[in-house]
Structure formats: C-alpha cells, structure tokens
Design a protein around this ligand. Structure first.
Ligand code: SF4
Length: 72
C-alpha cells in the first residue's frame, strides 16, 4: 500500500522545507501554512518519510493505512 501524508496546520511553523523539497506536493496556503496540493503526484514511500523527517516541527504525518509511521 502507498503511504499517505497529512500536514497538521496547528504544528507547521512555515519553515518552507517541504515546499522547497517537493513543490508539486506541498504548498503554502494564504496564511503561509503548508498544505497538500490537490491532485499532487504520488511520491515514493521512502521519499515521503524523508520529507516528513526533515520537517523541523514534526507537522508532516505519514500513514500506512490507518497506522501512523514513526519517521524519526
Ligand atoms: S517542513 Fe514542516 S514546518 Fe516547514 S512548511 Fe512544511 S510542514 Fe510546515
């Protein structure tokens, strides 16, 4: 199964790391909080984990089905 990713808007500190790393998947909303781009291409599971790990605030969560992956 392909991993699924979410962004917790309450935790995002607007560092822009995910937007810079994968601009086709992450973007800023009007409040400069990261969100997923609708219809974004699927990233490889390993890449999703990498992007989530690089988020300085831990706002990006990765799920395998209903189970959250520990990216650290
Ligand atoms: S890397 Fe994390 S803190 Fe930075 S913009 Fe993305 S979700 Fe927000």
């Amino acid at each position: 199964m392909t991993y699924r990713v979410t962004v917790d808007a309450d935790v995002c500190i607007s560092s822009g790391k995910c937007v810079a790393d994968e601009p086709e998947v992450f973007r800023f909303d009007d409040d400069e909080v990261a969100e997923l781009v609708p219809g974004a291409p699927d990233l490889a599971d390993r890449r999703l984990v990498e992007v989530a790990r690089n988020c300085p605030s831990g706002a990006i969560q990765v799920f395998d089905g209903d189970t959250e992956i520990d990216v650290l």
